[in-house]
Design a protein around this ligand. Structure first.
Ligand SMILES: NC(=O)c1ccc[n+]([C@@H]2O[C@H](COP(=O)([O-])OP(=O)(O)OC[C@H]3O[C@@H](n4cnc5c(N)ncnc54)[C@H](O)[C@@H]3O)[C@@H](O)[C@H]2O)c1
Length: 399
């Protein structure tokens, strides 16, 4: 099977290893990137190329992805460009009629959602959105418990994401929040998607709140630790990190700058079609053992609690049935085993089988993130209306 990649950055260079690991005959045939020297360098330093004896000279390189799509006989294409480019790139790539793997977030504005929707309606190719949490074995197990009726109908979901590596989001001089939309589309898009997946209902409205109260300060965002007079006393500076937390951090740009973009904590409330609701909260200064990513799912007959980090599912029955704990063993694997499962599903899709995360899932989650941002500004509930991005036939984006 011949694979092409549009945008050969960090993510693509890592993810291509998942296809090699899958050992299902996928060949990296062609790559399109604006900086081909950097793309080649990434491949040279990628241990999977050595491990699987991939000859970089056999790969065809392009700077224009349209030329790649026209000249190559590809079975599928990965779109791993920057967030704000995804919708336009995908809409254009779909015109070539082959399966598309699209990185998240699929869109960061309503205008981009419309471009993506129009592109898809014009060329409805098989699609997959890069949502590793939905694919992680632990999440699919919880979905099966729910679908089997273990706790009865889901009545409420309480989801949490306390990110143990949060400061890294504030240490880049140009975090590009104006382009990538910030931490709603960066982070919450994953969690809101798996909550949608588990609940299996249409979200109808959202309200959200966000704050930036920790990673704030007076410094210019271009200040680096090495040039900062506070470098030895700053809690995010390399010395304090090494002495207090035994963390290896070489500094970087200032985490306490006057860059007002984004948030370091945020929460959303989502109502679903049957009237049930979910709450989701994310935090970027919680660390170490306080890390948590998962949810409590409550029905009348029982409660399921799961956490990606501890890789554990607990089921408490509210009636006389016994409770149970299930320990998974995927925590060491990238995205809790979700990345490998995604590579397999994309190979399935190229073979004509269904997608577990079709474009609709990415568009819905993106719409929820955009609506959450609007709610943060307007201090109101925002309806999640797919009519806003329905095509001329009046349908939502089909699965
Ligand atoms: N699903 C996940 O869990 C996950 C994890 C990490 C990153 N991501 C997403 O992956 C995407 C890429 O992230 P990254 O860290 O690899 O970024 P990156 O900047 O390293 O890579 C982007 C690449 O796209 C190339 N590019 C830009 N415009 C192009 C064009 N018109 N044609 C071809 N190539 C073009 C750039 O030269 C660059 O090499 C981001 O949207 C990010 O949110 C997703």
């Amino acid at each position: 099977m011949n694979l092409g990649i549009i945008g050969y950055g960090n993510r693509a260079n890592y993810f291509v290893g998942r296809f090699f690991d899958a050992k299902r005959g996928v060949k990296l045939t062609a790559v399109a990137d604006l900086d081909l020297d950097r793309a080649r360098k990434r491949m040279e330093n990628n241990r999977f190329f050595k491990q699987y004896d991939i000859n970089i000279d056999d790969i065809h390189f392009y700077t224009d992805f349209h030329e790649m799509m026209q000249k190559e006989d590809l079975d599928g294409v990965l779109i791993c460009t920057k967030c704000h480019q995804h919708s336009q790139n995908a809409a254009e790539a779909m015109a070539y009629g082959i399966p598309v793997f699209l990185e998240k977030p699929v869109s960061v504005t309503r205008e981009q959602l419309k471009i993506l929707q129009d592109g898809y309606f014009a060329h409805p190719v098989p699609t997959m959105v890069s949502f590793p949490l939905r694919y992680a074995p632990i999440c699919r197990f919880v979905k099966k418990l729910i679908d089997d009726g273990t706790i009865g109908k889901v009545q409420q979901v309480q989801a949490l994401n306390n990110v143990p590596y949060g400061p890294s989001y504030f240490r880049g001089f140009d975090m590009g929040f104006d382009l990538n939309g910030g931490l709603w589309p960066q982070k919450a898009t994953h969690d809101l998607d798996y909550v949608n997946y588990l609940i299996g209902e249409e979200p109808v409205e959202i309200c959200a709140m966000e704050a930036k109260t920790v990673f704030i300060g007076d410094h210019d965002p271009s200040l680096r630790c090495e040039n900062c007079p506070e470098r030895d006393t700053c809690p995010e500076g390399p010395l304090q990190q090494a002495m207090d937390w035994a963390e290896d951090d070489d500094g970087g740009f200032c985490a306490f700058s006057n860059n007002k973009n984004g948030h370091d904590s945020a929460s959303a409330l989502v109502r679903y079609a049957s009237g049930i609701h979910a709450v989701y909260s994310q935090n970027f200064y919680s660390r170490k053992g306080a890390q948590k990513r998962g949810a409590v799912i409550i029905g009348y007959r029982g409660t399921i609690q799961f956490d990606f980090y501890s890789d554990q599912v607990q089921v408490w029955m509210h009636d006389g049935r016994p409770s149970a704990t299930y320990q998974f063993h995927n925590n060491g694997k990238p995205h809790f085993g979700g990345d490998q499962a995604m590579a397999h599903n994309f190979i399935d899709i190229m073979e004509g089988k269904p997608s577990l995360a079709p474009l609709e899932t990415g568009m819905l989650s993106a719409l929820m993130c955009i609506s959450a941002m609007e709610s943060c500004s307007s201090h109101t509930f925002v309806p999640i209306r797919r009519d806003d991005w329905k095509g001329p036939e009046g349908k939502g984006c089909p699965e």
